[in-house]
Design a protein. Structure first.
Length: 227
């Protein structure tokens, strides 16, 4: 049963729980939240998985009593994005690795932040690294495949060694819908091939889930061709 937590004995003085990241995460653990399934920022705590984080409304009330200035974000679309992203990241990320993340890419940092606790990874913006974040989104991945086919080059699957793809299973529409709701700057697709974009727009009207199917089919064909 989820009960209101009495933390009076834990916070006997004002300095026991500061606003540092370490103390915020410590407090969340004390009240029963699994911090491997939340994304931390100084202003907001984003729930990645409501079920696995165990971040109930009661725990949120307890958290807000200690940290009223930090907002808890319960965004269903963001939780879906996390689920899509995890399909790649859980396979690609190696424990205790150093990951180079692009600067000023809010969504990628938000998705990767929990892996500092899940897998003990270190996120860096420069210097040596084991893995590099490629912010390729699903739309660009599909449009690049179409571009290669229309140009007579065959399948063009982007998959570089030592790179990870947090957004490769996530559509631009999902990403920007979440960013807009959260008051963040929107992003644009990188692939500008007009024919590929027009063909994607046509397929969007007749089969909205076509992108995942295109990627699956392309990867299947590519694997067969290599065998």
């Amino acid at each position: 049963m989820d009960l209101m937590f009495d933390i009076s004995g834990l916070a006997s003085d004002e300095d026991e729980f500061s606003t540092s990241k370490k103390d915020v995460l410590k407090f969340l653990k004390i009240i029963g939240v699994d911090t491997r399934f939340i994304s931390y920022t100084p202003q907001k705590i984003y729930i990645n998985s409501l079920r696995f984080s165990r971040f109930s409304r009661t725990r949120e009330q307890t958290f807000n009593k200690q940290y009223p200035e930090i907002k808890v974000v319960r965004n269903t679309l963001f939780q879906k994005i996390c689920s899509k992203s995890a399909k790649n990241l859980t396979l690609e990320i190696k424990p205790n690795s150093t990951i180079l993340v692009p600067e000023d890419n809010f969504i990628c940092e938000l998705l990767l932040e929990p892996y500092t606790r899940k897998y003990g990874v270190k996120l860096v913006y420069e210097g040596e690294y084991d893995l590099k974040v490629n912010p390729l989104i699903l739309d660009d991945k599909v449009n690049t495949i179409f571009e290669g086919i229309f140009a007579g080059e065959g399948l063009n699957l982007i998959d570089s060694e030592n790179e990870i793809y947090p957004l490769a299973n996530v559509s631009l529409d999902w990403i920007n819908s979440f960013l807009e709701m959260d008051g963040q700057e929107l992003i644009e697709g990188e692939n500008k091939d007009d024919l590929a974009i027009l063909f994607s727009e046509f397929l969007e009207d007749v089969a909205p889930q076509f992108r995942e199917n295109v990627v699956s089919a392309s990867e299947f064909i590519d694997k067969k061709n290599k065998n």
